[in-house]
Structures are given as C-alpha cells and as structure tokens.
Design a protein around this ligand. Structure first.
Ligand code: PBE
Length: 583
C-alpha cells in the first residue's frame, strides 16, 4: 500500500515540476537568440582550441606538455607526462584526449573569467556574499545530471551543453576561494594601503589580489579537476572525447575499452592537476622566470591560432545551401550502444559519407533536438525507428536505404534467463505468451508522451484490452509474490512494453521490479541471471551482436511484436529522399 502525506491531509501535489517545465519553456523561447549566439561562440572557441592542440604531429604537443609539467613540477613528472601521453596515443585515444583537454581548458577558462570577478565582488560586499553562497551550495549539491536537461533545450546536443554543465558544476571553488583569499588578507596591510591613500582598485590589484593568489589558484585547480570529472556525464548529451569512450564502453559492456579510456582520463587528470597546482610557484622558476615561460607559451598559442586561421582552406562544404552544410554534417544519434547506432555507423561507411559525424547521446536528447529543429523548421537528420510516437507528433519520413544497411522489417523478442521456467513457471508462461501489435504499443506510448506516468498508462491499456491480456495469462499459474526483475532501456518502445508486461505479471501475483539500464547491461544481466527477463531484443539485425554474444546463456521466447523498422529519419520539409542524397 502506498502511503503519502498529502493523501492523508488531502492536499494536491504541488506542481513544482510543471512550473519548472513552463519556466524552462519560456526561457528557451525568449532567449533563443542569446542561446544560439552562445552556442556559436563556445563552439567556435572550442574548435580553435582543438585546432591549436592538434596543429602539429602529436609528439609536438606531447613535448610542449612535458616541458610545461617539468617546468612547473620538476623533471620526474615531465618524464611521466611524456610516457603517459605516448601510451595514450599508442592505445588509440589521442584524438579523444585532445577533445577532452580542449573541453576542460575551455570550461576552466570560463570559470576563471567569471568566477574570480564574482569572488572579488563577494569579498567586497556582504550582501552579495549572502546571496551567492546559498546559490553555490545549491549548484554544488544538485546532481550534475540535472543541469544537462535544460542545457539540451537551450543549447542543443553536442559539446556546448556539456561545457555549460561542467562550468556550472565547477565554478563554485573558484568563487569561494577567491572570496576567502581576499578576506584573509591581513587587516593591517589594508589599513597601511589606505593610509597611503591608494584607491580601491589600487588596493585590489596591488595588495589584495597578489596576496590572495595562492588561495585563488587552489580554487582554480579544484575547478579544473571538477570540470574534468564532468566529462563522462557530459557525454550523455553528445560531448565527444574520452568521456564518450567511457560511456560507449559501459553501454556495450566493453571492459577493456572502458579501462583504457578511464586510464587516459587518469593521466590527463594528473597532468592538469600538476600544471595548475604549481602554476603559481613553478619548480624551476629560479632558472627561467615564469613571465618568460608563460609569454612564450601565450605567443605560441596565439601564433598557431593565427596561422591556422589564415591557412585553413575553406572545408569542402559542397553546396552551401545543401543538406550537409545546413546540418553541419551531423546525424543526431542515440545511446552509443544501441543497435541502430551500429547500423548508422555502417551506413556512413557503406554509402561513403566520410565527412558525416554520428552524434552519440540518448534517445531523450535526440527527441529534444528533433523538437527544437522542427519548431524552427530547421533541417535535421536523426536515427529513427518505428513504432515511435514521433511519427504521429511530427511529419517525418525515412530516407530510402537501397543498400538495406538498416535491415528490413524486424521483430522484438522476449528473452528470459535460464532457469526462470523452473523457478517461476507462471511468470515464464506469461512472458512467453506476451504478444501485441504496433497499434497497441503506440497507444501506451502516446499517453506517456502526453505526460501520463508510464505505469499508469500501462494500467489504462490493460484495463481497455482485457481480452488480449487474458490470452497472455491463459493457463499460467498465479505467483506467490515471487520477485521478478525486468530490465529495459529507456527507449519509448521499451518503456511501454516493459511497463505493460510488468503490470500484468504484478496482477498475477508476482513482485515485479523494473530496472532501467544500458543496452549491453540489459543483455548481460539476463545472461548472468541477475535479471529475469526483458522484452526488448530487436532481431534479427539490430541487436544481432548482443544476441550472438549471449545466445548460449539466454532463452529466446520469440517475438512479442512484429514489423519494426529502423533508419535515418528527416522531417518532411527536408528536401532529400535517400541516404544516397547525403553524399
Ligand atoms: N532502438 C529502439 C533500439 C532498439 C529499440 C531501435 C533505438 C536499438 O537501436 O538498439
């Protein structure tokens, strides 16, 4: 029996979530111009950074970084740097590392540029401090994932929402430590400078900031490390780099790849930590003065950026009005481990779409991006599948796939763990007899999309289709509160099916838990028996690889739905018809 305080005193749930939704909607529309400006600016800066970092052959950047680490933190660490970077390059994570470095450096710069002035302001005015401190507490305790949601709506998917979320997550230490550093400046020094009649800006720049620098730098160092720790989270909304490699490894249960990418993150973390910790007080400052070293570095960066800017040939963008230019050669994908992503990667190869990039993220982020583009009648290409409610909410079409890279029409199969038949024969039988039509599934999906709770939508469908449910439960013995664990991925199709079959099992005496996981873990958990079943295997093509990996350790109960389809999808107003048109 569920028990809620508000039921007892008869007060309605406060619609806090809805208020936030409308607020975010309002912000999205009102500040659309600002957001698209910020997106372009941040993307532009990031591209420059990436270009500069990858200007020469990798060894050049390795040496520069090693020298910098040596200078700030002594030669043994310099040697460590060069060895670890060579290892990263050998393992094949060099390009990802550059992306990650650029993301962290840019979020780091943003935190410095905004955090230090705010910190100074806090130190100077108590009233500001009183407002900023609780906001910082809030920002630091709110799970960082939550920032990603509005970030997607404001900035679209890709690297920008990742940078913004990292920035919000990472800025607090810089502000706090700047404030602290300035306040800790001894009072007699302030009085002395007052006595000499210095203006408040002289006091700030000549007395307070220099004395506070070590504390401020400690804050900056922490901010950089926090930004680095966001890279994995940011990859959920499509930020590239080592984080995306880790996410992909989790999604596909690829232990080796996960370890390699994780190790690369550790190396980058050590390098960034050492440089930023000792920036203020370099180990060899008595040999060359920091001013000279950092000037050389700055000149190097600026000159490289300028040379690149002038020599860069206009990338072969083809027809500027064409679809490729308009979408920036991006196909908006979903979870990296999804079968449709493998198909899309193959399509890029099969159709020779060398310049195209498949953006990894999540189904929810993809749909948010589609909505955004659709509202503004902007061209967009996504990985899409049916059944899906998006086809009834938007006018969309599949691009022709003459090579059949996306497979043809498929089925969704139910898969159970070995031994379930003996342990819970009734549940096994119901799962085995579960089978419905696309239109049934769509009924549930539309309700969920309209905002109904998925469990409630499932109950409603069950109540309206007792005849079908009776066929599934026919001859199945009722449970005695045995636990049944169903796993699923948060695709709209599987949210619908898993909730419905879960409710049916529950109504037949089973104690059902649903747990949402990534694709790889979904198959693996049924195979190793930590979950009882799933109703989400798209076969024969989409999940073929997973199926083949685990087929000896699972029981395939056959299709629960027939006639699905995968492909590349565009809104009707986009004037291409075939994947071949993307060339
Ligand atoms: N899908 C929906 C999944 C299966 C269900 C097509 C996104 C996939 O590609 O793995």
């Amino acid at each position: 029996m569920k028990w809620r305080v508000i039921d007892q005193v008869n007060i309605k749930k406060i619609p806090l979530g809805e208020w936030i939704d409308s607020l975010v909607d309002w912000i999205t529309i009102t500040f659309a111009g600002l957001f698209s400006f910020l997106t372009t600016a941040i993307e532009g800066l990031l591209n420059i950074l990436v270009d500069v970092l990858s200007a020469g052959p990798p060894i050049v950047l390795m040496i520069v970084l090693a020298l910098l680490v040596t200078y700030t933190s002594k030669w043994p660490l310099g040697i460590f740097t060069i060895i670890s970077l060579l290892l990263i390059e050998n393992l094949g994570y060099w390009d990802s590392s550059i992306q990650t470095l650029a993301i962290v450096i840019l979020s780091g710069l943003l935190t410095v540029v905004i955090g230090i002035p705010v910190g100074i302001w806090c130190a100077q005015r108590k009233s500001v401090r009183n407002i900023v401190t609780p906001i910082l507490d809030f920002m630091q305790t709110m799970p960082a994932f939550v920032y990603l949601i509005p970030s997607i709506l404001f900035f679209g998917i890709g690297v920008v929402p990742g940078i913004i979320a990292s920035f919000i997550f990472a800025i607090a230490p810089t502000i706090r430590m700047t404030n602290l550093g300035i306040q800790e400046v001894p009072n007699d020094l302030i009085e002395a400078s007052n006595a000499f009649g210095s203006s408040s800006s002289q006091k700030l720049f000549k007395v307070q900031l220099p004395l506070a620098t070590p504390t401020i730098m400690a804050g900056v160092n922490q901010s950089i490390m926090l930004a680095l720790s966001m890279v994995v989270t940011a990859s959920l909304v499509g930020a590239p780099g080592l984080g995306a490699d880790v996410y992909r490894a989790v999604s596909q249960i690829n232990v080796g790849q996960g370890f390699e990418a994780g190790l690369s993150i550790v190396f980058i973390a050590i390098i960034l930590d050492r440089i930023s910790q000792n920036l203020r007080n370099p180990a060899y400052k008595h040999i060359i003065s920091p001013k000279i070293v950092f000037s050389i570095l700055a000149v190097l960066v600026v000159v490289t950026a300028l040379i690149l800017a002038f020599t860069k040939e206009e990338a072969a963008t083809g027809n500027p009005g064409g679809i490729s230019a308009q979408t920036d050669y991006k196909i908006i994908g979903i979870e990296p481990g999804a079968g449709i992503m493998t198909q899309a990667r193959n399509a890029i190869k099969d159709y020779g779409l060398d310049n195209w990039q498949l953006v990894e993220g999540s189904s929810a982020a993809m749909v948010a991006e589609l909505k955004k583009a659709y509202d503004q009648k902007e061209p967009i290409i996504i990985t899409g599948w049916s059944p899906h409610w998006m086809f009834s909410s938007f006018d969309l079409k599949y691009l022709d796939d003459p090579n059949e890279t996306f497979g043809g029409s498929e089925d969704i199969n139910t898969i159970a763990r070995k031994g379930l038949e003996q342990d819970a024969p009734g549940a096994y039988k119901i799962l085995d007899q579960f089978s419905w039509e696309t239109s049934d599934m769509e009924e549930v999906m539309v309700h969920v999309e309209e905002g109904m709770d998925s469990a409630e939508a499932a109950e409603e469908w069950i109540a309206a289709h007792q005849d079908k449910v009776a066929e599934w439960t026919n001859g199945a013995q009722a449970g005695n509160n045995e636990p049944i664990k169903l796993v699923y991925v948060a695709w709209d199709t599987e949210i619908a099916s898993t909730n419905v079959i879960g409710k049916v099992l529950e109504q037949n005496g089973y104690n059902v838990t649903l747990s949402q996981v990534e694709v790889g873990p979904m198959f693996a958990s049924v195979a190793n028996g930590s979950a009882d079943a799933m109703v989400a295997a798209w076969l024969p093509s989409t999940h073929l690889e997973y199926y083949n990996t685990y087929k000896n350790d699972i029981v395939d109960l056959g299709p629960n739905l027939q006639g699905t389809k995968n492909g590349l999808v565009v809104p009707e107003y986009v004037e291409i018809d075939s994947i071949e048109d993307l060339k």
